[in-house]
Ligand binder design. Structure first.
Ligand code: IPE
Ligand code: IPE
Ligand code: MG
Length: 245
């Protein structure tokens, strides 16, 4: 079985999982947090190098205030509780997205988790928080514009590499595999630039039901794919990434 070097997941279906059980949506998010623990552990065990989880989109700010606040509290609690485990398992914590929009308490937990896991080397866990691919691309363009204004960059030097380097994912390779749970078959503004040549696998399981079995099924499907990157022969190395770094 080929293991993706960088796995990205759109964790979808918490609300539907809860509604099916006549529970409030937040109960689904709480159960979803347990899935995150399981999947992080399993990915590390299987040798995934980078795991990137879509946890909260720029569009999700438009949900009812009660749900947004509950999600932010859950996030804060998750980071506080999981950081010691990440340190123990050698997992380096990272975030992408517009951090400025997050509540101060969440930002503090993020900073603490990043600091405490800075020397970890087993796997990089990135949470996409207040993240939108279009927003990320717009912010990267703004960074480039400022560098040109300040005379640090020549517009002629802008190419795919300089652009990639200004994205939130500058230090991450492109994903080899994207999994979306809960049966929806769309990108929903996740990693628009970075997914150019990723394999896409869709799982019918709602995120709270997603575990080791579903993960391995997705890796089996990934193993059967032939990645060509626009060339004529399939690349045998499945964990190979193009673009990015
Ligand atoms: C995914 O579950 C988690 C977030 C987007 C925060 P949803 O909350 O989107 O659950 P569904 O898709 O409504 O079932
Ligand atoms: C995508 O799920 C965002 C996250 C999983 C964080 P959504 O539930 O927000 O996306 P749509 O509305 O189904 O496209
Ligand atoms: Mg959803």
């Amino acid at each position: 079985m080929d293991i993706p070097y960088h796995l990205a997941i759109i964790m979808d279906g918490n609300g539907r999982w809860a509604e099916k059980r006549m529970l409030p949506r937040i109960a689904g998010h709480r159960e979803g947090a347990k899935s995150v623990r399981r999947v992080v552990e399993e990915c590390r065990r299987l040798g995934v190098g980078y795991l990137t989880l879509y946890a909260f989109s720029t569009e999700n700010w438009g949900r009812p205030r009660g749900e947004v606040e509950a999600l932010m509290r859950l996030l804060e609690q998750f980071l506080r509780e999981e950081t010691p485990q990440m340190v123990a398992n050698g997992i380096r914590f990272n975030v992408i997205g517009d951090m400025q929009r997050l509540p101060e308490a969440v930002r503090q937990e993020i900073t603490a988790a990043r600091k405490k896991t800075a020397d970890c080397h087993e796997m990089v866990l990135t949470l996409a928080l207040s993240y939108g691919g279009r927003d990320e691309i717009a912010r990267a363009a703004r960074r480039l514009a400022v560098e040109i204004e300040e005379g640090r960059l020549d517009s002629q030097d802008i190419d795919e590499n300089t652009f990639s380097g200004r994205l939130d994912t500058a230090d991450l390779p492109d994903p080899d595999l994207l999994i979306r749970t809960s049966g929806e078959k769309r990108i929903s503004n996740f990693l628009l630039w970075q997914l150019a040549y990723s394999e896409l696998v869709f799982s019918e399981a709602h995120w709270p039901e997603f575990g080791g079995t579903e993960l391995r099924a997705a890796f089996e499907e990934f193993s059967r794919r032939k990645r060509r990157f626009g060339l004529l022969r399939a690349k045998t190395e499945k964990g190979l990434s193009v673009g990015g770094r």
